[in-house]
Design a protein around this ligand. Sequence first.
Ligand code: TRP
Length: 453
Amino acid sequence: MANISGNRDLFGSKFGIIAAAAGSAIGLGNIWRFPYVLGQNGGAAFLLLYLFFIFAIGIPVLLSEFVIGRHSQSNPYQAFKTLKPGKKWYLIGVMGIAAAFMISAFYGAAAGWTIEYLVKAVTNQFAGSSPVQFENEFYNFRDSSLRAVLWQVLFMILTASIVLAGVKKGIEKYTKILMPLLLVIIIVLNIKALSLPGAGEGLKFLFQPDFSKITTRTILDALGQAFFSLSIGMGTLITYGSYISKKDNLANSAVIVSMADTAIAILAGIAIFPAVFAFNIAPGAGEGLVFITLPNIFQQMTGGYFFSVLFFLLLTVAALTSSISIMEVVVAFMVENLNMTRTNATIFTTIGISYLGTLCAMSWGGFKDFQIGQFNFFSLLDFTSSSILLPLGGMFIALFVGWFFPKKHVIEELTNRGELKAGYQRIFFFLLKFVAPWAIALVFLRGVGFLNF
Ligand code: TRP
């Protein structure tokens, strides 16, 4: 087996791991998913819940994944087999692989929409449309299937070609420069959005909580979004943790990545909601929210052409660096446990994901007859993976590191075998043992009433 310590393709530098993990975390989840889920869940109250989940559950689970990965030096499935032989913990890995397929599929479809908008930006199609026209354009495109399918397949091929090149060469290189650039452009968008007439309304929606809007679904969605955005709960960061050098400070990296991820989500909200209100778009418009809102801003901005091209290009890249981190979970498992070559594993995975992704891309078009309750195929995969499988995975990861894994080993990883101080350990263990798993369980128990299909 290839998972002998020292033999792995490691990240090159401290900044490398932060760049790679941030590349995984920052993606469509922050800029596409966060605003639309927040919009559907009534705004600021959702934001508060989300922030609570990031700090009390997300960061401890993220750090736990790093600990498990670096300690076991393997993919999530093998990691639990190595750490607890003969026990059922490896099922977390199995669940993670299932989640990876589902997330990749709808993620690829949404990334396909992003590519469509990149093309629109390049060919200068935003000029001169009204807000209503932008809305119709998005729905027409989404419902017409074919291009959405092609872009999705193209996106999966791009993902696969980077995964094939291997973790280190593939992932680090892109994120180091492009993520900071994405931040800059979102800040430019913020400035413009805040100067729009009616911007205050959007800020109120985002920051002034109305607790009567909190429902069981809101809590579940906030928890799911926190997990989705941080890339936790399915082993992505166990896999990346196994590529981290023994000298890196895991806690430090975990906190920096989480903060950067959260900041980008909030900044995306500040770009989008003022414009939502200024242009009279429904905050609960759903999956199309970013694509309907931002073209309105670009169209009114000096340099709008340039910024729109740059924005959709960077968003595509951000989606790619996230998508490779999802596919890598499956590929690492196939290479290490099924003895496949990296090439075969990547091809096999790409075909499987593209098939599911095609159905996702057609969920409003040729495949729209597939409906289970309120869900079409796309939203079914999204909800099942993000709001169910990820929190469930996170609950077991927290239980594992909090209660079942020898504390000595955890501390070894946190302190790099005694070289670093880890003054935060007590709060870390407290959150892992007594807060995270039970809070997740509670959210689920309430959720059961809601999940009546
Ligand atoms: N976090 C990424 C985003 O916000 C998506 C992502 C990458 C992900 N890897 C993941 C989500 C693992 C869940 C699990 O776009």
